[in-house]
Design a protein around this ligand. Sequence first.
Ligand SMILES: [Zn+2]
Length: 277
Amino acid sequence: MIKAVSDRQLQSAQAHWLIFSRDKILVPKSTTSLYLGGWSALEFIAHHQASIVELPPLSEHHSVGAPVYIIDTGAEHIEQDDWELTSLRTLLAAGTDEQFNVLARAWQYVHFLRTHRYCGQCGAKMEQVDWEMAMQCHQCKHRVYPRISPCIIVAIYRQNQILLAKGVRHKDTNMYSTIAGFVESGESLEQAVHREVEEEVGVKVKNLTYFDSQPWPFPHSLMMGYLAEYESGDIVPEEGEIVDAQWFDIDALPDIPPKLSIAGRLIEAVLNKHKGG
Ligand SMILES: [Zn+2]
C-alpha cells in the first residue's frame, strides 16, 4: 500500500528519495546511489510536494533504515546544479540488493500509475484506491492491479559445457547469456521453458529443475529461473532474436551477465554443479 506523506513527516526525518523524470532518476551528481537526506535540499521540486508518496517496505526484513519517498515528475525535465538524471539500469547495476529492491518496486509502481489513467472497460478516469495497490474506475468500478509478466530464464548444460546465446541487443559485444522469454497465456512455466528453448536455439532439453526467481523492472517482469539438461538437436539460432548461440566450455566463457542478475547466478550454478561433480 502506498501512502501520501504529510508535512510533518517531511520535516521530521531523512528519507531515501526516488525522483522520476520520464524513465530516469534524479541523484546527487557523480553518485550511483539514491539521495538520502531531507526535503529541504529539494526546494527546486517543491511544486511536487502534494504528490509525494511513501513506499513502505514489503516486510521489516526489507527495511532500508529510512522511509522511501517517491515523486513522479512525469515528463518534466529537471536541470539543477549538483544533481543529475541517471538511468534505472545504471543504478540497479551499481547498488546493493536493498537499493535494487526499492528501485524495482518504485519504478513498477510509477509505471503502473502512468499507464492506467483511464479505464480499459469504459474509458472513464481511474483513481487510486487507498486500501491496496490498485486503480479503480470511478464510473464502472473496474479495478486493476500492477501488471506482473512472468518470464522463464534457463541455463542449459551438458557435461562440462553450457549453452549461451547472444541477443540482438548485444550484437556488437561478446556478451552471451541464458535463454529467456515470456510465458504465454494458458502455458505452464515448464512448457514455456521447452517452447522458448526450441524457438530460440532449436534444441530439446530435459530434467528441468527450478532455481530461483527475481523481479526485473523492465518494465514489470518476474524472472523464473530453471536449470535444464540438454537432450537432443543441433543449435539453430532464431532469426531476428539471437545473433549467435554456442556451447562454451565452463572454463572458457565469453562475457556474461553480473551475478546481481538471475542470469549471472544461473550460469554460476552450472559452474558449481560441474565442480561438485
Ligand atoms: Zn470503467
